[in-house]
Design a protein around this ligand. Structure first.
Ligand code: ZN
Length: 479
């Protein structure tokens, strides 16, 4: 899909109305005109200055019988105007697109999609395909979960064993591997061309068994952890040794050199402390610093990494676990990633507000798209399924009328595709479509929310186009 090269030839054609316009996510405003424009030949688009404040990513797209005008304040706005134009072209009938004026800007500056490349490696081409479709949905942050349990997928030159040991762990032969630094640079550039920032994640201190296997001296006991069969294990980076901090700072240095993103994700979720409780190094550190418990030791480690990132002009994102237990203050460059709605409801959001830290809304119910839509699948029982409608109507992260305090901290919204229980490449699209359209709508659209039936009809109308692109979702009519 090459959005950047759209050339149109104008001719006078039969009258069409904006009824034929089905743009997802729904634009702020659509004003229908009369007449249409033929999609053929090679007429350039005219770019003009914006006439009303449209913000960094907003745009005005005007299709007239004489041609096309795009007004925006900068490249991001121009890009999103072309994404919208591409949709008009794709749904054109008899080679004609209707005359229309679309004025549009996003609800949130942060609109993320995460894939777990830790548990399962995906091919570079697969990652690029995901980025293409994120752009189509006007999502602008690719949260790349690169380390998870036994898997480590990013080449770190100083510690080659990370990729060698953690790269070749997954369910199927096609899911083995890690991304070389050269491949990562290529993917970062590919994303940037689509107005997408890649935010890499190195999970600390839990979900890190791959690194601990590659370098057992990073564990509390000095012994290699056992393989993780499901969920997570108590094996953490030792929180009491300086060598752990040195290692993590070295890794973050290489990560920062590869990813220009202002934000780097340092994990922080699901870190049970049984190993730390019996570790002499961890306990000595707790005493030395006068900390209350092992959770405070995790916050101490988090703050040290956040300060290291701050010294490089970066911000640190942490999963909500760092605020949902009582603990000391967090560094001011930390962003809270709210996820655990199932157990904690909106506690992470409330804590973000109380502490004055920015929050990304990404509640597991209902933005975790690895949960199947309706039918039980492997370890996902019935209580861990949710359909398209639930996603659209009941997502706690979709805060439609935020309070002033919520508005102050909410950076935006995210959705995730974890690859646990062997979610190999062949399953990805079935999990994403059509539900990811609901996510994109909630992240981007400032228009009045459509009733579900109408929204569904608009999304399902995109199915043939997606299938022509080789994207096969889970389109049960019962949803
Ligand atoms: Zn320890």
């Amino acid at each position: 899909m090459n959005i950047l090269n759209i050339f149109l030839l104008s001719t006078t054609l039969a009258c069409l109305t904006a009824d034929a316009v089905n743009i997802m996510p729904t634009p702020s405003r659509i004003e229908s005109g009369s007449g249409g424009l033929a999609v053929e030949g090679a007429h350039d688009i005219v770019y003009e200055e914006a006439t009303e404040p449209l913000g960094r990513e907003g745009y005005e797209l005007e299709v007239k019988m004489q041609g096309i005008t795009i007004r925006a304040e900068n490249d991001a706005g121009k890009y999103y105007a072309r994404v919208t134009l591409r949709q008009l072209v794709d749904q054109s009938e008899n080679g004609t697109i209707p005359c229309v004026k679309i004025i549009d800007k996003p609800k949130y500056a942060w609109r993320s999609f995460m894939i777990d490349s830790g548990r399962q490696y995906q091919k570079v081409e697969t990652i690029k395909g995901l980025l293409d479709r994120m752009a189509m949905l006007k999502m602008n942050v690719f949260h790349w979960h690169l380390t998870e349990n036994d898997g480590w997928r990013i080449e770190i030159k100083k510690y080659p064993k990370l990729g060698e040991v953690g790269g070749f762990v997954a369910d199927g032969p096609e899911q083995q591997g890690f991304y070389t630094q050269e491949e990562i640079r290529e993917i970062v550039a590919y994303a940037a061309e689509r107005q997408i920032t890649i935010v890499p994640e190195i999970d600390v201190p839990g979900h890190s068994e791959a690194a601990l296997k590659a370098y057992p001296e990073l564990t509390c006991s000095g012994e290699s952890p056992k393989p993780v069969k499901k969920g997570f294990s108590p094996y953490l980076y030792c929180g009491g040794r300086e060598t752990t901090v040195d290692f993590l700072c070295d890794v973050l240095d290489e990560v920062c050199a590869l990813f220009p993103s202002e934000y780097i994700h340092i994990g922080g979720d699901e870190a049970p402390k049984s190993e730390w409780k019996k570790c002499t190094h961890c306990q000595a550190r707790i005493r030395e610093l006068g900390l209350k418990d092992e959770h405070e030791l995790q916050i101490e480690l988090t703050n040290r990494l956040a300060r290291h990132l701050a010294s490089k002009g970066r911000k640190a994102i942490c999963w909500g676990d760092v605020v949902t237990l009582p603990g000391q203050e967090l560094e001011k460059n930390i962003v809270v990633h709210w996820w655990n709605y199932r157990k904690g409801k909106d506690k992470a959001l409330k804590e973000g507000i109380r502490r004055g830290l920015p929050v990304i809304a990404n509640s597991n119910y209902y933005t975790y798209l690895n949960f199947p839509q309706k039918h039980k699948w492997r370890q996902y029982n019935k209580s861990r399924t949710f359909d398209f409608r639930t996603c659209y109507e009941k997502n706690p992260s979709d805060i439609q009328n935020p309070t002033d305090k919520q508005r102050e901290v909410l950076l935006g919204m995210g959705c995730c595709l974890w690859t646990d229980h062997g979610l190999t490449e062949e399953w990805l699209d079935r999990r994403l479509y059509p539900r990811i359209f609901a996510m994109a709508e909630q992240m981007w659209s400032t228009a009045e929310r459509l009733p579900y039936a109408e929204f569904k009809a608009g999304v399902y109308a995109k199915r043939p186009l997606l299938e022509a692109m080789g994207v096969h979702g889970d389109w049960d009519e019962e949803y």
